[in-house]
Design a protein around this ligand. Structure first.
Ligand SMILES: [Zn+2]
Length: 484
């Protein structure tokens, strides 16, 4: 049945609501296929449908959601009653930053919709990829494919009317074997976004075959390799490691709700203070970071966020200086009030929910590092006295305020006097976030720049899992602590 969402919103405004919005998901679908050593370990499909209503009454939020479409007015009334009950208890009335009221439609670029591909073809694709990595020396093979498809209709009391249709695909493969000490050594491949689209057509079998041969060869060398040396040296992060470094120590650190303390009970806080914006030297002058929700082929692009704010491309760190954050309408008003100055101008359009029954919160879009002037990976290696090239995240541990970190990686290549000296295993590095970015001394050009996806970013209470991307180049950091 069709619901007249706009008249339901008007009804709440007539009752005294300052603001109301509704997100209606006619359908949100997710498929997850996980093949382990040639057998399916998981083969899941989920479908959800429903709507969520947010309403502001006397400065307090109320929220309610339902998948029952027969009496939607009851859910709108419940959201209103929740807000009215909360209004008696709040200390700081919520106000929303002004926005441009937009109507529009967004469709993620997709050649062939993966949900229209016959199941037998998907199974065959996974079997093919599995056959590429089924090679001597490999004792564990993992092939994963998850796909997402959702349509979201959005209406609010300011007049926005938006429809989004988003399709995305997240494939990966991994191989592992034991080394002579009995430790597992592995290599994996999560393909960077090479195509301009986000559909089934991006699954190029020949590409997977080449990458499979590469990761198997690297894994075989890893099980024979010496341990990574310890000490202070340069680290050169490949995009498939740099993306996680950026995710954890720039992305999460710059979510404005974390900076204001709203995530302390769950994901944690941030070392960044409101008076840091505009002055804090976050990194060396080579560091340019941005939140770019306009990068077309990445899961962090969605046209309009879940407050109806259009996708934006905003600087977060400009030549090393902190200038921006990942923001929503509510948090920028509160931050400007608490900071006593106009720190943020309007919402950055980064407020998203993972489902109709969750409220939108600050989420990363595509948190990217601009390519630099230091040439290719080989150029950077040539200018490195002593260091290690690191690829593939293996484990991570990050301070709850993101002020320090420790990562280990699948593989490393030692560099001495400008030359690669061979593969090393059990690589780890750690540091203080600001010291680390201030020691950024080389940023690769656009030939090294890759868009890596993240399909499992967790945040919020109750928890929300979100998808996004990071476009990052090869980067070198000097004088980094390498080793356990
Ligand atoms: Zn995350």
């Amino acid at each position: 049945m069709t619901v007249d969402w706009k008249s339901q919103i008007k009804r709440l405004v007539d009752r005294g609501a300052e603001y109301a919005d509704v997100r209606y998901y006619p359908k949100q679908e997710e498929d997850f296929m996980f093949m382990w050593n040639g057998n399916f370990l998981a083969f899941n499909r989920s479908e959800e449908s429903g709507f969520g209503v947010r309403v502001l009454v006397d400065g307090a939020w109320g929220f309610a959601a339902s998948s029952d479409m027969t009496s939607p007015g009851e859910t709108f009334d419940r959201a209103f009653a929740n807000a009215a009950a909360a209004a008696a208890r709040i200390k700081r009335p919520v106000r929303l930053a002004d926005k441009e009221v937009l109507s529009g439609r967004f469709e993620s670029p997709c050649g062939e919709d993966p949900f229209e591909v016959p199941l037998a073809d998907k199974v065959a694709m996974l079997r093919d990829i599995d056959s590429f990595i089924r090679q001597p020396g490999v004792i564990q093979r993992r092939v994963k494919l998850s796909t997402v498809r959702k349509t979201i209709e959005y209406y609010d009391s300011e007049g926005a009317e938006i429809e989004k249709h988003i399709v995305d695909i997240f494939p990966s493969m991994q191989v592992a074997a034991f080394d002579d000490t009995g430790m597992m050594q592995s290599r994996k491949y999560l393909p960077p976004r090479l195509a301009p689209t986000r559909g089934w057509e991006t699954m190029d079998l020949e590409h997977w075959r080449l990458q499979a041969d590469r990761i198997v060869s690297e894994m075989r060398q890893l099980v024979e390799a010496p341990k990574c040396p310890e000490g202070r040296m340069s680290v050169i992060l490949m995009p498939d490691m740099m993306y996680l470094q950026v995710h954890e120590t720039i992305g999460h650190a710059l979510e404005l709700d974390r900076i204001l303390g709203y995530e302390l009970s769950f994901a944690g806080g941030s070392f960044v203070r409101l008076n840091d914006f505009g002055t804090l030297r976050y990194g060396s002058p080579k560091l340019n970071a941005r939140a770019d929700a306009t990068l077309i082929n990445s899961p962090g692009s969605f046209g309009f966020d879940d407050e109806g704010v259009a996708a934006q491309n905003r600087m977060l760190i400009d030549k090393g200086i902190l200038v921006g954050a990942i923001t929503s309408r509510q948090m920028v008003v509160e931050a400007n009030e608490r900071g006593g100055r106009e720190i943020f101008e309007g919402s950055g359009g980064a407020c998203r929910a993972c489902a109709f029954y969750r409220t939108p919160i600050e989420r990363m879009t595509n948190i990217n590092i601009d390519p630099g002037q230091d040439g290719s990976l080989e150029d950077i290696i040539r200018q490195t006295e002593r260091g290690v090239v690191l690829s593939g995240e293996k484990s991570w541990s990050i301070g709850s305020n993101r002020e320090q970190f420790h990562f280990s990686t699948d593989i490393g290549w030692l560099v001495e006097d400008g030359e690669r000296r061979g593969i090393v295993k059990d690589c780890a590095y750690s540091g203080m976030t600001l010291d680390f970015y201030r020691s950024l001394t080389a940023v690769g050009d656009e030939t090294t720049w890759k868009v890596q996806y993240v399909d499992n970013c967790g945040k919020g209470a109750p928890g929300q899992i979100m998808q996004l991307g990071h476009g990052v180049p090869v980067c070198r950091f000097d004088n980094v602590k390498v080793g356990e």
